[in-house]
Ligand binder design. Structure first.
Ligand code: ZN
Length: 462
């Protein structure tokens, strides 16, 4: 059996789930469901990133130990993914015992293979806790983090270094040959351009931070949170015998970690690199950057309340080409829901079911072939284009009803019309299944055996 192993980033446990996390995770779920449907052993990994200075600080504020604190909040993401029908194979936490062991084994190997310096180097830099990273001068405005508006911590301590520079040529070859398939293509070119400027060794441990995984070869240090987090993909993949990952789905802000640092770490222990790293774009809400200060953050619960689970999955993925930046507004999402789901799909199913019920029509032919055009688009992660294909079929069938006017037909002719239509409907439902799992299941059930009309699939939003 072929396998397909996809991952979302693991989300920072003290972040509040928002439309950005939701978008990535739904996309990863759709692609995994698709591969499952066409017969692969497909797995999806998602989870929570629970170490680092930010969490240590937040726990202190709540008068809790970091472990108690993350135990309290780590289910928040999990609950929202369950609500959104995300069919993850495991929800990994970086505080899970097996992960900690794998991280330590991984770093020990890096150390033994001379990919990590034998001794720490003195590091001086400016650390932004909000970013959980060292800031370059360009990322600061008047000495303050441009994004978090906080002053970074002046920081001088001994750190262990990963010799990233050793892997420069190897990475350039792997990425330019698409052996590590970095997409979209513009992102690949960006990454290649940056490699050519030269890779510098990076700090991978902290001596002053307790809330992290101890380095196996020097337990006065903890593993830098980003390094610990990246290894989560390997923890699950290795345990299940499905490494390398077929797809790391990430936001473009963390592409560098996933396309450079992570593959280099794997190369350093002679492991296979991921097959594809795909970075999707960012979005704005009504043309504005999403921010707590502006108060325009869209939470997944709000979307589910308004559009339902399948409706949310649809309006997000159909909105703009995957990989590009895009803009959302409630008006846009409402329009898309009403036009495509309530009027388009919902109406079509209702019309045909009604006609079928009138003459006690029975579906006898049930094909299970996935539309090759939709399949091709999904393999390229072109979600919105795949949906466009499906909606062309919906529109074509709608048009046919208007032309044929089946309500005027004699029973024999009507039955023939219904046979053809129900084959098409089942095929549409099969293509929709990775996107709208519950709705597709409802349609497939409705159009097997005797067809009955049912309640409206997507009541209009006013
Ligand atoms: Zn910052």
């Amino acid at each position: 059996m072929n396998k397909y192993y996809a991952t979302t980033p693991i989300y920072y446990v003290n972040d509040v789930p928002h439309i950005g996390h939701t978008y990535t995770t739904i996309a990863a779920d759709v692609i995994t469901r698709f591969y499952k449907q066409i017969g692969y052993d497909a797995r999806l990994l998602t989870g929570a990133d629970e170490h680092g200075a930010k969490i240590e600080e937040a726990a202190k504020k709540h008068n809790l130990k970091p472990q108690q604190y993350v135990d309290q909040i780590s289910s928040e993401f999990k609950q929202i993914w369950d609500k959104l029908n995300i069919n993850y194979s495991r929800f990994i936490r970086t505080t899970d015992e097996d992960h900690i062991k794998i991280v330590q084994g991984f770093l020990q190997k890096m150390y033994e293979n001379d990919a990590i310096d034998q001794n720490p180097r003195l590091y001086k830099g400016l650390y932004c806790v909000g970013h959980e990273k060292f800031m370059s001068p360009e990322e600061l405005t008047d000495g303050v983090c441009s994004e978090h508006k906080t002053k970074p911590i002046e920081y001088a301590e001994e750190n262990y270094y990963f010799k990233l520079s050793k892997f420069q040529d190897q990475l350039e070859t792997l990425i330019s040959s698409d052996e590590i398939n970095v997409r979209p293509i513009a992102r690949k070119n960006e990454v290649l351009g940056k490699i050519k400027q030269g890779l510098e060794d990076i700090s991978i441990s902290r001596a002053s931070l307790e809330w992290g995984i101890p380095l196996p070869f020097d337990n006065k240090h903890t593993v830098y949170v980003w390094i610990d987090a990246l290894i989560n993909y390997y923890t699950y993949g290795k345990e299940k015998g499905i490494w390398p990952a077929d797809l790391h789905l990430v936001g473009k802000d963390i592409l560098w970690f996933h396309s450079i640092i992570w593959p280099a770490m794997l190369l350093s222990i002679n492991e296979e690199t991921p097959k594809q790293v795909f970075a999707h774009g960012f979005f704005t809400i009504n043309g504005q950057k999403m921010s707590k200060t502006i108060g325009n953050v869209i939470k997944p619960e709000e979307l589910i309340t308004k559009y339902g689970v399948d409706g949310t999955r649809y309006v997000l993925l159909s909105a703009f080409p995957f990989g590009e930046d895009g803009d959302f507004s409630w008006e846009y999402l409402d329009r898309s829901f009403n036009a495509d789901l309530a009027n388009g799909l919902g109406n079509l199913i209702a019309r045909i079911a009604k006609l079928a019920e009138k003459v006690n029509f029975k579906v006898t032919e049930t094909t299970e072939i996935f539309d090759p055009l939709v399949s091709q688009k999904l393999k390229e992660l072109k979600f919105s284009e795949a949906l466009t294909f499906i909606w062309q079929d919906i529109a074509a069938l709608d048009k046919k009803i208007n032309e044929v006017q089946p309500w005027k037909l004699e029973t024999a002719e009507l039955t023939e019309f219904l046979s053809e239509s129900s084959i098409k409907i089942r095929s549409i439902a099969l293509s929709l299944k990775p996107f709208l799992p519950e709705t597709a299941e409802k349609i497939l059930t409705q159009f097997s055996g005797e067809v009955k009309s049912g309640p409206s699939l997507f009541p209009r939003i006013r």
